[in-house]
Design a protein around this ligand. Structure first.
Ligand code: CP
Length: 309
């Protein structure tokens, strides 16, 4: 197979295992390119990409922009905070006005779950979901699995625990879909209040004891508590959360093996992870960021290849 089964990247849910393998094999080639002295290739020279960010982002926005520029695409950036959205313009009107400028691909982050799916049904462009509310963050899950593959050789058969605020996390849901499709074993760990009731129906185990979860896993993906998505309190205090669900060096050293530590960022140092863990050799947090550029180059290249046909 040399092309994706989808015309948009709306969620990992819509990909098959062959799609994920194709994205990884393509990313391998782009990773080699971005480590050369000349990091640019002409692959998307005739493609225009709009980055639409209706919600804050550091890593995803910069990573997409860099990926697009490394592929020689024409790039326009839109931030809702400084746009006519503030004057009441709708999502579809906003996007159709941007598409009238002959845009081929829209990369969008939006606070509403399903915003990408909605857009893909109403506009004539390839849509890439860069995070839609608490729903999916597909490129994050792809770069996370790619980073596990890079560190441990393969994803199949590996035991991965996702720790923290599962309830509000698009990273958790996309990672669960991606890891299960590749044959990994997945558990979630956190306070019961932050674990959705349906989670076991996705083939995922639940562990509320962090030490047991860490002792079980090969990889721990530590998530941030998403205070901005919480309207009520889900645990007594941040201090108590950290005592029960924060990873520190002493806890890691008490395990009888070395596990890989991941974090999608942004990190709350001293809450879900201490600085000595975040900066340790067994943490691959900056590898994840580096791999994000290669993964996004691969996704954009493969989607744009379908437009050009
Ligand atoms: N991991 C991630 O999505 O980070 P940003 O919110 O900074 O893009």
């Amino acid at each position: 197979m040399s092309e994706l089964s989808v015309d948009h990247l709306l969620g990992i849910k819509y990909l098959n295992t062959a799609d994920i393998n194709l994205i990884f094999e393509t990313a391998d080639q782009f990773k080699e390119v971005i480590n050369r002295p000349i990091k640019k290739v002409p692959s998307l020279r005739d493609i225009t990409i709009a980055n639409l960010f209706f919600e804050n982002s550091t890593r995803t926005r910069l990573s997409f922009e860099l990926a697009e520029k490394r592929l020689s695409a024409d790039v326009i950036n839109f931030s809702a905070a400084s746009s006519s959205v503030k004057k009441g313009e709708t999502l579809i009107d906003t996007v159709n006005n941007i598409l009238a400028m002959k845009v081929d691909v829209v990369v969008m982050r939006h606070p509403n779950p399903g915003a990408g799916v909605f857009l893909s049904k109403h506009v004539n462009a390839s849509i890439v979901n860069a995070g839609d509310g608490a729903h999916e963050h597909p490129t994050q899950a792809l770069l996370d699995s790619y980073s596990i593959r890079e560190r441990l050789g393969e994803v199949a058969g590996k035991k991965v625990v996702i720790v923290g605020d599962i309830l509000h996390s698009r990273v958790a849901l996309s990672n669960i879909f991606a890891l299960k499709k590749q044959g990994a074993e997945v558990k979630v760990c956190g306070p019961k209040t932050l674990i959705p009731k349906y989670i076991e129906s996705l083939g995922v185990g639940v562990e509320t004891d962090l030490k047991k979860a860490l002792q079980w896993c090969d990889v721990a993906n530590m998530l941030r508590v998403q205070n901005e998505r919480m309207e009520i309190s889900y645990f007594p205090t941040t201090r108590e959360y950290t005592q029960q669900y924060g990873v520190n060096k002493k806890l890691l050293d008490s395990l009888d093996k070395e596990i890989v530590i991941m974090h999608p960022g942004p990190i709350n140092r001293g809450v879900e992870i201490t600085s000595d863990v975040a900066d340790a050799e067994q943490a691959i947090i900056l590898d994840q960021v580096e791999n994000g550029v290669a993964i996004r180059m691969a996704v954009l290249y493969l989607l744009a290849s379908k437009i050009k046909q």
